[in-house]
Ligand binder design. Structure first.
Ligand SMILES: [Ca+2]
Length: 197
């Protein structure tokens, strides 16, 4: 009976019913104010706003901008995490040939884990960098996946633009998917091994 219940849970996991996207406003469409201000649902840093110029879907995208007086801009959201839990972060970027990344300016896409004191666990940082040499005027999909290390209590999918500018970069259609089954599968594996002994 135990095995039947476990098998049923496993089937639910594998059919994806529990792999839901959890970001607020993943397409940057929740524009409550009706103005091109900070994106609703995201924690914003620096020059971070909605845009209606370069859009992959819907009416808006995320625009990040840096210049000399503001060398860092970004957007992130925070969620609970458990050690061993896997997270997948997808987002599209658009680097324009007109006013895109210049010089050594770069975008860093990251999955950052934090401990119970909200200190970042840098050794387990998973990131992807976009620089001025990358593709221009096309939407590029980025896919990151990370597993929460020991001590992790929080996780943040993070988009940051760093540099002296002036540089713009645009983002749209993000998703962040926790996989609660990863721990379950480890448990299932050890249970089956014990049964076979
Ligand atoms: Ca959008």
């Amino acid at each position: 009976m135990k095995f039947l219940i476990s098998a049923l849970v496993l089937i639910i996991c594998l059919t994806g019913q529990v792999h839901a996207q959890i970001l607020n406003s993943p397409g940057f469409e929740d524009n409550v104010s009706g103005e091109l201000g900070s994106p609703d649902g995201w924690d914003a840093k620096g020059f971070c706003s909605l845009s209606d110029t370069h859009i992959r879907s819907g009416n808006y995208s995320l625009e990040l901008y840096t210049e000399g007086t503001m060398p860092l801009s970004g957007a992130e959201q925070s969620f609970l995490a458990s050690p061993g839990q896997t997270f997948a972060f997808d987002i599209y970027s658009f680097n324009t040939s007109g006013n895109g990344l210049t010089g050594d300016d770069l975008v860093m896409l990251s999955i950052i884990f934090y401990d119970s004191s909200y200190q970042p666990i840098w050794l387990d940082l998973v990131d992807e960098v976009i620089d001025a040499a990358g593709p221009k005027d096309v939407w590029v999909k980025h896919t990151l996946q990370a597993t929460a290390p020991l001590g992790a209590e929080y996780v943040e999918p993070t988009v940051q633009l760093m540099g002296v500018g002036p540089s713009y970069c645009y983002f749209d259609d993000a998703s962040f998917v926790p996989e609660p089954c990863s721990l379950f599968l480890i448990g299932m594996g050890s249970l089956l091994l014990r049964k076979r002994k």
